[in-house]
Design a protein. Structure first.
Length: 293
């Protein structure tokens, strides 16, 4: 490299001279890389959800999800995070201006910009997730609050026990309307029996009376149904906890791998920037200058 900042006949990236007022952190390439990483991750995750590779779902079928599908979905999330953050980190390192410093210092600064890309993309993703959850929750409230001829689940009802509550309060009397307050109370009582301790006897007796009053079953049959639903609810709660643990572990692993990918790719991008290496963006046909027959 000569004094004018050229490498051979090709001009190199601009250099920050020692003592210059240039900032230590370049926000423009960091934000650009973060936006690209977040957009790429969102597109790939949406594509995965479209073909059925989702770690969690609001559908009751999540209880029957196979182990293979869970592993494949988790692997997709991790690989998607690695690829997305690697792309954003490389772009930030490649487009950021360099300076004259020791190789270790340049390495550290490039990696730091990769972590900035990762942080910006994570914050953007968290904001999008929060906004989507708030929109869905508001739409759900509006749906429940709107007058309807069909019975709907009360908002205080445990969402993962909706099917169990349907079975608990199922009645052969088609004319009897569902009572949202009774469903919510039954759901809260069921939740007390899903921990390490069994349901209190007075709560159990009250639940039996509630089921008997809502369904018209004799107390003996109502007690049998309550015992069966409690067992099924324990299984549903265990599966819900396992799903939450798997989802949290998958997201944490994906983010950790994405941070490492962003750091390493930013360093590689910085090395390509300093060595003035860039992939060719031109396409040439091998038969372009082929002589005529």
């Amino acid at each position: 490299m000569n004094e004018t900042g050229d490498v051979g006949s090709v001009p190199a990236a601009s250099l920050d001279r020692p003592g210059s007022p240039g900032p230590y952190i370049r926000w423009s390439p960091s934000f650009g890389g973060g936006l690209i990483a977040a957009a790429t991750f969102f597109v790939l995750i949406t594509f995965a959800a479209a073909i059925g590779l989702a770690v969690s779902s609001v559908s009751p079928t999540w209880r029957d999800t196979s182990v293979g599908l869970v592993v494949l979905s988790g692997a997709w999330v991790v690989l998607t995070a690695i690829g997305s953050f690697a792309l954003g980190g490389y772009i930030a390192g490649r487009t950021r201006s360099t300076w004259q410093a020791s190789p270790d210092e340049v390495h550290f600064r490039d990696g730091l910009h990769g972590l900035l890309v990762w942080s910006i993309a994570v914050i953007l993703g968290a904001g999008l997730a929060w906004g989507s959850a708030a929109t869905i929750a508001q739409a759900s409230k509006n749906t429940v609050a709107a007058p309807s001829t069909t019975a709907g689940a009360n908002t205080t009802e445990p969402s993962f026990l909706t099917f169990e509550l349907d079975r608990l309060l199922r009645s052969d009397n088609r004319q009897q309307a569902s009572n949202p307050e009774a469903r919510a109370e039954a759901g809260r009582i069921l939740e007390t029996g899903l921990g390490r301790r069994d349901m209190a006897k007075d709560d159990h007796d009250h639940l039996v009376q509630l089921v008997s009053a809502q369904t018209g079953l004799p107390p003996t049959d109502a007690d049998h149904r309550v015992a069966q639903i409690i067992s099924e609810s324990r299984t549903a709660a265990a599966k819900a906890r396992h799903s939450a643990v798997i989802l949290a572990f998958t997201v944490a692993a994906a983010l950790a791998a994405g941070a490492a990918a962003a750091w390493g790719s930013a360093v590689i991008g910085g090395r390509h920037r300093d060595e003035n290496i860039a992939p060719s963006m031109r396409f040439a046909w091998s038969w372009k200058h082929r002589p005529a027959a």
